[in-house]
Design a protein around this ligand. Structure first.
Ligand code: GAL
Length: 421
């Protein structure tokens, strides 16, 4: 036994001598990336990034933490930073980025951002989360949005063929799908998924209302009649899921729509990554629409790579090189075509995108011009984590029938948000 250990030690020592590395340590030019892109579509998009970095001789040390929406990833990150072992770059959303910047944990990308003119091409709504105290701290890779519905085309045809444009039409299509013997609404009962659906429901009550409730956190809007109606709608939607919805991962819900077992999924456009990965074509196999009643408005979430403090010139150079690669317009096109999102830069041509991707880009530009572009509450772009999590609790309880009615849920929401601030 001792002989074996001795031999192994010698081999490790030899390896260290040839590579200049301690065992298990990343090379200085490597970047260690913490992310939650583990579904088929997400992994395919991540590969576009890994491959791009490989062409620039930037090595990749993978730290995946499964779990849609990134809650588990953020818990893992906290443990790493507390242990004094921050990753190089972390997939991160909205207010979480600003929180980490406020703690002084993030590096500074301003030099590369200035040299490459990021200020001129990244929309202000995104820059609000990419910069802190005037410094660039994160590189935005995309713009997703949550107010989408993904419908199986054959199931829609069997349900009358017309994509719903209003709440009433949505309910009629769901009823028709139910009558046709399929699960109308493919859903995974996880708090962040319930909340993602609720983004669309609340936005469907009007853009002013979404802003008052979720951006301004106005107690009257959070606890009032419109919110009661929003919760009644969410409770209605909960009647269209199958018996096994609880805890299901979002990509498995997407698969139900892809294979025709279910009619539709209400989910952000990362769901399109799953359809594309499965070889499905918009307009032929599936239909993408804005959540009925939210046409012209967008609740966005932008994945950004927040850059943590790293030691040493080479590590800093690798980090800046990664950020530069992410912001390259050619890369932003290639990546987002696969991911299902729109580019984070306004100057990327839409030629390579499918119809849903072109719509995502056009909707984003329109919403931005019209003042109807809002941060997603479900994905950390409307309010900091404490408030977001408070909404999760009430939304999930409502979805699972724990309130007498929408009015009771709205009252609970106003109370929970007030307590979280
Ligand atoms: C979102 C993220 C997307 C997608 C989704 C499901 O929060 O912005 O990129 O990965 O979670 O995992």
């Amino acid at each position: 036994m001792r002989g074996f250990v001795g031999r192994k030690m010698t081999m490790v020592a030899a390896l260290m001598a040839t590579t200049g590395l301690a065992a298990g340590m990343a090379a200085a030019e490597d970047v260690e990336v913490l992310h939650w892109w583990t579904s088929g579509g997400e992994a395919a998009a991540l590969n576009v990034l890994k491959d791009d970095l490989a062409t620039k001789s930037i090595g990749w040390v993978d730290m995946p933490v499964a779990g849609g929406g990134g809650e588990a990833a953020m818990t893992a990150l906290r443990a790493r930073v507390t242990a004094g072992d921050s990753p190089t770059a972390v997939q991160m959303l909205g207010f979480d980025i600003l929180d980490w910047a406020g703690e002084g944990a993030l590096g500074d990308l301003t030099e590369v951002a200035t040299a490459e003119g990021w200020d001129a091409v990244v929309p202000a709504a995104l820059q609000g989360f990419s910069k802190f105290d005037g410094k660039w701290i994160a590189a935005p890779v995309n713009v997703h949005s949550t107010n989408w519905v993904w419908i199986n085309k054959a199931a829609l045809d069997a349900a009358g063929g017309k994509a719903p444009e209003t709440w009433e039409e949505l309910v009629a299509v769901l009823d028709a799908m139910k009558a046709n013997g399929i699960t109308p609404f493919a859903h995974g009962g996880q708090a962040w998924q319930d909340a993602t659906v609720f983004d669309g429901v609340v936005l469907g009550m009007g853009t002013d209302f979404y802003k008052a409730a979720f951006i301004d956190l106005d107690p009257a809007a959070l606890g009032g009649e419109q919110m009661a109606e929003a919760f009644n709608r969410l409770i209605k939607l909960s009647t269209y899921v199958d018996a096994n919805f609880s805890g299901r991962d979002w990509n498995l819900a997407s698969a139900m729509v892809i294979n025709g077992e279910a009619g539709m999924q209400m989910m952000g456009d990362w769901a399109k990554g799953e359809f594309v990965k499965a070889g499905k074509v918009p307009g032929t196999d599936f239909v993408c629409i804005r959540f009925p009643g939210t046409q012209g408005a967008v609740t966005f979430n932008s994945d950004q790579f927040a850059m943590f403090n790293v030691e040493g010139d080479e590590a800093k150079a690798a980090q800046a090189a990664m950020a530069s690669a992410i912001m390259n317009p050619v890369f932003q096109s290639a990546f987002n075509v696969v991911k299902g999102s729109a580019p984070a830069r306004t100057d990327v041509p839409n030629d390579a995108f499918d119809d849903c991707g072109k719509k995502a880009m056009a909707d984003l530009a329109e919403a931005n011009t019209n003042g109807s572009l809002f941060g997603s509450m479900a994905h950390g772009h409307a309010a900091p984590a404490a408030v977001k999590n408070a909404t999760y609790d009430v939304i999930t309880a409502a979805f699972n029938g724990e309130y007498a009615d929408g009015a009771a849920a709205a009252a609970a929401l106003a109370e929970a948000v007030a307590a979280a601030q």
